[in-house]
Ligand binder design. Structure first.
Ligand code: 13P
Ligand code: SF4
Length: 304
C-alpha cells in the first residue's frame, strides 16, 4: 500500500543526498524508510558521521535541535514542526536559574530530554546510559543539579555517592510514568522465565524490579546479547517493533500497552515526503543559545 510513497521518498533521498534518522519509538513504517534508527545518542552520532547534506530527523524537538547545533554545516529538517517532549518542557529556564542561585557551587547535569535553552545553562548533558559516568567525573564534593527527570535522578542517585538534587522536584515522563509495579507483577506472573528490561524513565518502584535498565539503544543490545529467550519490556510500546525487527529470534512482551508516546508518532510517510520535497521544517537554533548548548553536549561526548 505504501510502495509508491516509499519509492518517492527513496528518489528524493538520492536526489538531495539526504538521510533519514528515526528514533526507536517512531512508527513502524517510518522506521522502515529510515537509514538509521537509534536512541537519542545514536541519532546524534549518525548526524555527526554522515556525509549527507540534508538530515531528516524523526523524533522530538530537542533531538532535531541538538543534531542541528552539532552540525552547523548540514541542513537539519523535521517532518513536523515543534514536536515537544512533555518531559523536556518540565524544567524551565527560570527554574534552572533559581536553582543555580540557590546552589551556587553546584554543577548542572541535564538529561538530553531537556530544552535547548536549559542545555545552554548546563555544565554537561547526559543520556540514561552515561549519566552515572558523567556524574562521577564532575568535580569533587560539589552537589549536582540534575533534571528534568526525577526517575532518572533516582537511578543516578542509587549508583553514585555524589549529592544529586532533582530539578524540578518531580519532573517525569508521562508515558513511562504509566507503567506500574502492578503491570510488572502481572506480566511476570504470565511469563515467569522472561527478563524484565526497563528504561530509567520508569518509576523508581518499577526500576527496582528490572533485570536491566538502560537507554533504548542499551535495551536493544541487552536483549540481543542476553542468554534469555523472552523479555518483558517496560518502555514505550514502539520499542517492541524495533526489538522484533533487530532481534527476530527472541520474544518480547510489552509490560503495558498504555505507554504510548504521541509526540514520537507524529512523523508519517506523507510528512516525510513533504519534508524532503520542500526541505522543511528547517531546525534552527538561535545563536545565543546554540554556542553554550553545543559546549554542554560536546562535553557529554568527551566524558562518555
Ligand atoms: P533514549 O535516549 O533512551 O533513546 O530515550 C529517549 C526517550 O525519549 C525516552 O523516552
Ligand atoms: Fe518525551 Fe517520554 Fe515521549 Fe520520551 S517517551 S519523548 S521522554 S514524552
Amino acid at each position: 500500500m505504501n510502495t509508491k510513497i516509499i519509492e518517492r521518498i527513496e528518489r528524493l533521498k538520492r536526489e538531495k543526498n539526504a538521510i533519514i534518522l528515526a528514533h526507536n519509538y517512531e512508527r513502524p513504517e517510518v522506521v522502515d524508510v529510515a537509514d538509521v534508527t537509534g536512541g537519542s545518542i545514536g541519532l546524534l552520532t549518525a548526524a555527526m558521521e554522515t556525509s549527507a547534506d540534508l538530515i531528516v530527523i524523526c523524533g522530538v524537538d530537542f533531538m532535531g535541535e541538538t543534531a542541528a547545533l552539532l552540525n552547523p554545516d548540514k541542513k537539519v529538517i523535521a517532518p513536523v514542526k515543534n514536536v515537544v517532549c512533555p518531559l523536556a518542557r518540565q524544567l524551565t529556564k527560570k527554574e534552572l536559574l533559581d536553582a543555580k542561585r540557590k546552589y551556587p557551587d553546584a554543577n548542572v547535569l541535564l538529561y538530553m530530554n531537556s530544552s535547548t535553552e536549559t542545555k545552554a545553562l548546563a555544565d554537561c548533558v547526559c543520556t540514561a546510559g552515561n549519566a552515572v559516568r558523567i556524574a562521577e567525573t564532575m568535580d569533587g564534593s560539589s552537589p549536582i543539579l540534575f533534571g528534568p527527570d526525577h526517575a532518572l535522578s533516582y537511578y543516578v542517585t542509587k549508583r553514585t555517592a555524589k549529592e544529586i538534587i532533582s530539578i524540578p522536584d518531580h519532573g517525569m515522563c508521562p508515558v513511562h510514568h504509566k507503567i506500574t509495579v502492578k503491570d510488572i507483577l502481572k506480566a511476570k506472573a504470565a511469563h515467569p522465565g522472561a527478563k524484565i528490561v526497563a528504561h530509567p524513565e520508569c518509576n523508581p518502584e518499577v526500576q527496582d524490579h528490572a533485570d536491566y535498565l538502560g537507554t533504548t539503544g542499551g535495551m536493544l543490545k541487552f536483549c540481543a546479547d542476553a542468554d534469555a529467550a523472552e523479555f518483558l519490556i517496560a518502555d514505550e510500546v514502539g520499542l517492541i517493533n524495533i526489538l522484533e525487527k533487530q532481534v527476530p529470534n527472541k520474544i518480547f512482551y510489552p509490560v503495558s500497552n498504555t505507554a504510548f508516546c504521541r509526540a514520537m508518532k507524529k512523523p508519517t510517510l506523507v510528512k516525510i515526503e513533504e519534508a524532503l520535497e520542500n526541505e522543511r521544517y528547517e531546525v534552527v537554533v538561535p545563536r545565543e543559545i546554540a554556542v553554550d548548548a553545543r559546549i554542554a553536549v560536546e562535553r557529554m561526548f568527551k566524558c562518555s
